[in-house]
Design a protein around this ligand. Sequence first.
Ligand code: SF4
Length: 713
Amino acid sequence: SGETAAPIQSTDTHCPYCALQCAMTITSGVGTPRIAPREFPTNRGGLCRKGWTAAELLSTPDRVSSPLIRDESGTLVPTSWQVALDFVAERIRTIQGKHGKDSVAVFGGGGLTNEKAYQLGKFARIALGTANIDYNGRFCMSSAAAAANRSLGLDRGLPFPVTDFDEADVIMLIGSNPAETMPPLVGHFAHAKNTGGLIVLDPRVTATAALVGEFGEHIQPVPGTDLAVLLGISHVIAFEGLLDRDYIAERTQGFDHYLSALSAWWPERTEAVTGVPAEQIRSVARTLAANSPKQGGRTFIITGRGIEQSRQGTDGVTAAINLALMLGLVGAAGSGYGTLTGQGNGQGGREHGQKADQLPGYRMITDPDAREHVAKVWGVELQDLPDKGKPAVELLKGLGQPDGPQALLVHGSNIVVSAPRSIDIAERLRSLKLLVICDFILNETSQYADVVLPVLQWAEEDGTMTNLEGRVIRRKAATQPPEHARSELWVMRELAQRLGAPGVWSTDPAEVFDELAAASRGGKADYSGLTHQTLDCHEAHTGGQPGSGLYWPIPATSQAGTPRVFTHTFPTPSGRATFHPVQHRGNADPITRDHSIYLVTGRVLEQYQSGAQTRRVKALTDAVPEAYVEMHPLLAQRYDLQEGQNITLKNDRGTVAAAVRITRNIRPDTVFMPFHWGHENSVNRVINWVTDPISGMPEFKTATVLIETSRTT
Ligand code: SF4
């Protein structure tokens, strides 16, 4: 709570934003707190512009200064915590009394600490008794997680430390743009980049693609055909005999089946589908094979949201994993497959139970042993544990519908900007009987709220995060919170008590972590060998070293962490990785006469996620003040458009407006728009809510649109 955070002058902690979780020191006392980068293996003393300016958030004038409740005139007005919490509890009781337990839903976030993510999963299931909890990580990591789980038996974003990239000969980045999203990571690519071993697959010449230089490779496919490119590369490796037969025989299963799925993807056919020259497909395949462990090389294949945020996201990542397995990369020293997790706690957020289908410790909620273990830790009867809930898009689509949730509690997410088909999502929110937002500022979603509960932000409370390597790190309270803000742990306890929930509801992050560790014991993401205290020791001694005790799994029995997984075996019933055959189906949105332009979406360096936080930082907003549409000069010419001219992109989901930016860094058949802005500039208004059938991931990355030029400057 506000009372528990102590003023500290100089505190070692980590960045509020992305999953690299760069290390920093915050000096607080008089005036605005100051941030200085700190030496740590992931960032090596570097920070990107977002990290450097993060202190501005701590003194933002936009802070919600007391609980807010909507009055009869429709205005959000200040109220006391007592009134706000009593109102929420009473409304929940009434709604559940009429519509059943599942009529109240919870939506979490990948920026919540492990403690809050864990407590939120527990709160939903045993205080609210609802199956309906999911979180915005479904929009982020779900395809990579699903593919890694089914192929390798485990999803740990990077199953090796980022420092392993330092020695790599080849790094292939598929739909990933770390030069903008997590710039300090790119320092680890220096060797591969300088020796011509950087391969980037992206429809745009992104900041990362621009790094490949004369001797690397930029593969620039038709949007939505990245999976086909991987099949083409795999075809060459298989049919030119470049694969690692010993590795395939000793460590995998299902290869023969996969081989037949590859047979149709000879380079010329791949070129016809993807637009990537057959010669480039051959050349990339040969480069990968020549630098595989079998040839004494070190090669990494890495995926990002570009391939993952698709209705075929799981299959796309599976194709990347299959390629890595053919080359014997996974688990080999200095090589591997991994995904670059996006959100600050995207990894931990999916391990501790705020996902519709999971319990703490990365256990499936359908697993009887996992249910029994977690029910015991929570002190509830097995039959009181709800079943699997609906994944994010299904959950949001059902809001306010006759058989869907009638109430929603949102923690750390701005769904009106970040969800696909956001106009329809806003309509769903409007039809709810209760919308409660827990946040420290008012964002676009708050305008539909019945109650806003002001909570602490990143540097105001203790906790832990799990970064993109599966390294558990400490976030520390570094500044005093405003008087009326409270920790979400406190909010959950207050509501749980008002709802008569069983179990213990600690508000102390260290105690909640201990409970999380107990709940995770024996699971895939086993944290049972960790406490806040042991993490503090490691944090103090990491210097430039990997800090091996910090990587999960860390079982209580050994208390030793696991920097690298898959080195000897895979956590599957057979101990082997599996080749799953996959085929290219393409985008859900077809190119038609009306919708003749591809739209791809992504990020800019200066903004983070829905922009709810970074748009409040002056230096970041000054650098990129508004959304824009990037297009090739040939396309601009076709529509007679000038730089800076306002246009509208349109399809049957809606419209989105922004100014034109003309650049040769994009294909002439494609426009690009970043997604960090709200209202009529929110590109997710025109994004399809079709999802991947395995992961539930929406197709954020590609859509088709028509360009309207009626709006002029
Ligand atoms: Fe580091 Fe990411 Fe923060 Fe930038 S946003 S400083 S890359 S953690």
